[in-house]
Design a protein around this ligand. Sequence first.
Ligand code: XIL
Length: 320
Amino acid sequence: TLKIGCAVAGGGHHLSQPYPDPFTGDDPYREVLAKEFTSLSAENQMKWDHLRPAPDTYDFSDADAIMDFAEANGQVMRGHTLMWHNQNPAWLEEGEYTPEQLREILKEHIATVVGRYAGHMQQWDVVNEIFDDDAALRTSGNIWLRELGTGIIADCFRWAHEADPEALLFFNDYNVDGINPKSDAYHALVKDLLADGVPVHGFSTQGHLSIRYGFPGDIPENLQRFADLGLQTAITELDVRMDLPEGDEPTPEQLEQQADYYRRVTEAALSVEGCESLTLWGVLDKYSWVPGTFPGEGAATVLWDDFSRKPAYDAIQDAL
Ligand code: XIL
């Protein structure tokens, strides 16, 4: 059955106002996380900049707290993320390491982090956002691809699989909801890796949608072609933003359109065999990354800040 997940806000990033850390400072919010969801993801707390304050240290305190919370509430977890071009610590991006050293750093990180949660993680986003919107590999912007070459992609999956043979290992990206050149590129890459025996188990689309751009109608067809390769699929970061000129409230029409997007994504997930996880990238607008990242847009989550329900909440329920 489909797990419905939520990203746990916090880690000090992109809150539109200076709130205390939601996960430690907001009990009603924690209750919603526990009550409404069967899966959790760390919005920031398992990224490199959070786990790796210095080259030779790990700080697992926030990540462990989320894992403990999930276990106490009978929830599964998705790990996010091991190899990415963003949110890497300065010591890494600006350090003067040889390729051999970088390879060792990455290998050791994956073994340590994946190993720590082995047996407790349902899915891992091993490799995140390696293609840009022109469907080209980020061979200059991604430190690992730049310094180590594209062969490092297979190594990441192999190292993660060694550290946790149970976890399902995913490629994750945005703007790959429907069939387009970027999702085509993933499809071709996955095919090659599987032919080489690389342990890739899943393909996930983040699902950062905006009602401004229209709904990607071919989500089921896109996910199905990955299922046909033998992969699981997932929607990992769903939110549906809208234009909100300064101070504006969403109109009823906007909220209906948003609800329709949430409904259709839920229906898409349900319609594809092997799509077992649908995660919302936040549940309250005040903790959402959207207003800080997309100026003039907001209201992307399914609850109002007072915890009352938007039409989108009911739309998901209706679809399930
Ligand atoms: C975002 C978080 O939501 C923000 O708090 C943070 O400041 C930046 O990252 N794709 C991803 C996520 O894979 O990790 C990103 O999360 C959103 C886009």
